[in-house]
Design a protein. Structure first.
Ligand code: ZN
Length: 75
């Protein structure tokens, strides 16, 4: 099983980046955490190519949550 596969988009080698400040703020509120350092968002393009997966993970833990958690789309 590839280390970096994303359970939401099923991409075996998707890239991730760390959260932007607005995203971190959303996630803190959503998870009721004070610190979301280490959380990353999946950048794999979805089917139509216009949107990204935006599935959240903590480091390279494949299933950090019971259900895949996606960041809301940027405004
Ligand atoms: Zn993904």
């Amino acid at each position: 099983m590839p280390m970096r596969s994303c359970i939401t988009c099923k991409s075996p080698e998707e890239e991730h980046r760390f959260l932007e400040p607005k995203e971190a703020a959303w996630l803190k509120k959503h998870l009721d955490l004070k610190n979301v350092d280490g959380f990353m968002v999946c950048l794999a393009p979805l089917d139509d190519g216009a949107k990204q997966c935006r599935n959240v993970r903590k480091y390279f833990v494949e299933r950090p949550f019971r259900e895949p958690l996606r960041l809301p789309e940027p405004e």
